[in-house]
Ligand binder design. Structure first.
Ligand code: NAD
Ligand code: MG
Length: 398
């Protein structure tokens, strides 16, 4: 085997989450030699401290400032610098790593991801919300600074691996596959009565709570359609979704000549993380390999748009453009939080998102915003959160 040119200085944003833990596990299993510049987390002090003692980053940062004294205490004498607050997370993202895993969940990931982009790092992007809210700006920033954005989301990693940019004009369709989530075969009544516990039980993966609920509503696939449109400069009408319960085929690219290329693998996030880490090389590690004989039959069906309205809402937001995707994302984050707090029902989640977008459209709040793309996304995010919270309160009062 030839010598791989792998990044040496790395940071992991959101290191204590599902993707963050998988990233560090991959480093461990592949026995790569990395110098960890920064590890950052939201509020899980114990896990961040444990990871810091194992990986010896220069910096360990918590978003939640109230956890800083405990973090300091746990890392006393280690020589690891500690900090806390949203600003400190972004500063850590901009520290001198060559490769940055962006795995914070939600809009909170945008500022740190942009900071890493401005610093010219290669960004392994799991935080799809940052692309949805400020995709073109994030991609331009990374490019101008001499870095790149490499997708980690398994569908986009699949497309990234089989789409040859030199012949992107010859692509007729991108086909994103979806597990269909825990309610793939549920009745509308079952969905209406769904508890957070039931909605959090994803069939193939253990993921963070927010993306698990997004998978259950299929808003996750809606966000991914927008993500694909930006990443691969593809018009909305050439992006389709196909339900594939086994999650073996991670997505497909159809070319104009009738040839379709797919990427396959076991349902595991470490291979796409490995791909984003070693790209354009391939990282050798003891990966669980795909066995098509034991994988069983692969099946496919069209998504059910009546039970999963979030898909059409997201496609419409993409077509509307401007601030609509950022508003949709914010409304969804608030609706998911309200569902997890048992304030609204499962089927209310897409209702809150649709109603928020309608109200903002009526009051022209989707079009009349000043500032650069990121300031606009921030303003839209804050405005959409207020409107979505009002819609949620209305539903609770009803
Ligand atoms: P998670 O909830 O397990 O982890 C989120 C991480 O972000 C944690 O480290 C948490 O401490 C940190 N965090 C939370 N709020 C924060 C804040 N305000 N500021 C700073 N840090 C904060 O989520 P996850 O499942 O690992 O997903 C992370 C991202 O990756 C999401 O955008 C998700 O859509 C995307 N993604 C996840 C998967 C998966 O399999 N889990 C697959 C594809 C894409
Ligand atoms: Mg995905």
């Amino acid at each position: 085997m030839g010598t791989l040119s792998l990044p040496r200085k790395v940071s992991v944003l959101g290191s204590t989450g599902s993707i963050g833990v998988s990233t560090l596990d991959l480093f461990e299993q592949a026995q790569v030699e990395v110098d960890v510049v920064a590890l950052t987390a939201g509020r899980n002090v114990a896990r961040l401290a444990e990871q810091a003692l194992r990986w010896r980053p220069a910096l360990a940062v918590l978003e939640d400032e109230s956890g800083l004294p405990e973090l300091r205490e746990r890392l006393k004498g280690s020589g690891i610098e500690t900090a806390a607050g949203a600003r400190a997370v972004s500063d850590a993202a901009a520290a001198d790593a060559q490769w940055v895993m962006s795995a914070i969940v939600g809009f909170a990931g945008l500022a740190p991801t942009l900071a890493a982009a401005r610093a010219g790092a290669v960004i392994a992007l799991a935080n799809k919300e940052s692309l949805v809210c400020a995709g073109p700006s994030l991609l331009r920033t990374a490019k101008l600074a001499g870095g790149a954005v490499v997708p980690v989301d398994s569908e986009h990693s699949a497309i990234f691996q089989v789409l040859d940019p030199a012949i992107a004009d010859s692509v007729s369709r991108l086909i994103l596959t979806s597990s269909g989530g825990p309610f793939r075969d549920a009745t509308p009544d079952e969905m209406a009565a769904a508890t957070p516990e039931r909605a959090l039980a994803h069939p193939n993966f253990s993921m963070g709570a927010k993306i698990s609920i997004d998978s259950a509503t299929m808003m996750n696939k809606g966000l991914e359609v927008i993500e694909a449109a930006y990443l691969f400069s593809m018009p909305p009408d050439r992006i389709e979704v196909l339900v594939h319960p086994q999650q073996i085929i991670h997505s497909l690219v159809e070319y104009a000549d009738g040839s379709t290329l797919a990427q396959l693998g076991p349902p595991d996030m470490r291979p796409p993380i490995a791909c984003a880490f070693a790209w354009p090389d391939r990282l050798p590690w003891p990966a669980p390999k795909l066995d098509l004989v034991t994988a069983g039959p692969l099946t496919f069906q069209n998504p059910d748009s009546s039970r999963f309205p979030a898909l059409a809402i997201a496609k419409q937001a993409l077509v509307t453009g401007g601030e609509a995707p950022a508003a949709m994302n914010a409304a969804n984050e608030r609706a998911v939080a309200a569902f997890l707090d048992r304030r609204i029902g499962f089927l209310d989640i897409p209702r809150v998102v649709a109603e928020t977008l309608e109200r903002m459209d009526r009051s022209s709040e989707l079009s009349s915003r000043d500032g650069d793309a990121v300031e606009r996304a921030r303003g839209t995010d804050a405005a959409a959160r207020r409107v979505a919270d009002a819609v949620v309160s209305g539903l609770c009062a009803a």
